[in-house]
Design a protein around this ligand. Structure first.
Ligand SMILES: [Mn+2]
Length: 359
């Protein structure tokens, strides 16, 4: 008896992405549904017996009917493959549960109770969250293996104690305790990157990232289990369309602006790339001006760009030669050159930029 499982989690459908303005947020919100369709293709190609979504299917229980319908339409593409959804901390199984309001589909099972289900030839033990923060371990109810049991899979949403968080943290899951009860695989959700807790317990991570700080989001896991007690074979499959990147540059040489330009030009699918740049160090005024141009240009070409900017612009002799002039501007430049405050340097930089623009 071999079972093939597709494990995913943290879809957070209806995610607001309030920090992103304009059409891009709507495009990224829509992509979260399209990536489910991609996951369904992978499930069909791999011939999986069961799909488990380990919580936080929706971003919150207040999502509108349009989000619920789009979710149901995307889930329909799994065809007859059974899909198990469990409530997480974003969409707990409270009376206003979004999962309960979603249009019903025959192959989609919403776990509301802590009880064993038989899906795709597997004994599945969902551990739904019934409120946003459970004080008790949501896996505590799981029964130990009986001799007649087949392949057993538990599905839960919360923090593995292995992360070393304080025991005051809600939704904590004692992973070794679950495995010691004779589970072949524990499908976890809540952590947004792929993370192997141990050989039988994994986080799949989110299908599309939600924040820059997430480690290896954008995957699903294909899990093969040859029989009760066999170690699962886990394959990590990339699915995300959006790419969330972080990049840091500490400038100490003007040539690094050109290197940053090359790096930006080498990015694939810029319209799907969100970038967080951390810029520090020191540049000449002319290189600083070129950097500002680059940031303006790529701010428009990327899906999203934000940056921390701690780059000091120090006028070089070449910069100042270029700026020296006659009349009022010449006097201002001389005054600013003589000044030593950061404001003087900022004013010189702005003036330099204005003079460049006036060419
Ligand atoms: Mn969560």
């Amino acid at each position: 008896m071999v079972v093939k499982l597709l494990h995913t989690a943290d879809w957070q459908l209806g995610l607001k992405l309030r920090f992103i303005t304009g059409e891009t947020a709507a495009r990224l919100r829509a992509q979260r549904f399209d990536t489910i369709r991609r996951i369904a293709e992978i499930a069909h190609e791999a011939g999986v017996d069961l799909v488990v979504v380990a919580g936080d299917v929706f971003d919150d229980n207040g999502v509108g009917g349009d989000t619920l319908q789009q979710a149901a339409d995307a889930l329909r593409t799994f065809g007859t493959i059974p899909v198990l959804l469990i409530p997480g901390n974003h969409d707990p199984g409270t009376p206003d549960s979004a999962l309960q309001r979603m249009p019903r589909l025959e192959h989609v099972h919403v776990a509301t109770e802590r009880e064993v289900l038989h899906l795709g030839g597997v004994q599945v033990y969902p551990c739904p969250l019934t409120r946003r923060h459970e004080r008790d371990d949501p896996t505590a109810w799981l029964p130990a293996r009986e001799p007649e049991d087949g392949i057993r899979i538990a599905v839960a949403h919360g923090g593995a104690i292995a992360f070393g968080e304080s025991t005051e943290t809600p939704n904590l899951i004692d992973v070794p305790a679950v495995i010691s009860k004779g589970f072949d695989y524990l499908a976890l959700g809540d952590w947004h990157g792929v993370y192997r807790v141990n050989e039988r317990a994994w986080y799949s991570g989110a299908h599309e990232a939600t924040r820059f700080k997430e480690q290896t989001p954008g995957h699903v896991l294909l899990v093969d289990i040859d029989g009760p007690g066999a170690l699962p074979r886990v394959e990590q499959v990339p699915v995300a369309r959006s790419r969330w990147l972080r990049h840091a540059v500490e400038f100490h040489d003007d040539a690094q602006v050109r290197e940053l330009e090359d790096w930006l030009e080498a990015l694939l699918e810029r319209s799907w790339t969100l970038l967080e740049l951390e810029l520090s160090g020191q540049l000449s005024l002319s290189a600083r001006a070129r950097l500002d141009q680059l940031l303006d240009e790529h701010g428009e070409r990327l899906a999203y760009l934000r940056f921390t900017d701690e780059v000091l612009a120090e006028p070089t002799e070449a910069d100042l030669e270029q700026m020296s002039g006659e009349g009022f501007i010449g006097e201002v430049v001389d005054t600013l050159r003589a000044g030593e405050t950061p404001e003087d340097r900022d004013a010189l930089r702005l003036l330099h930029r204005l003079m460049q623009g006036a060419d």
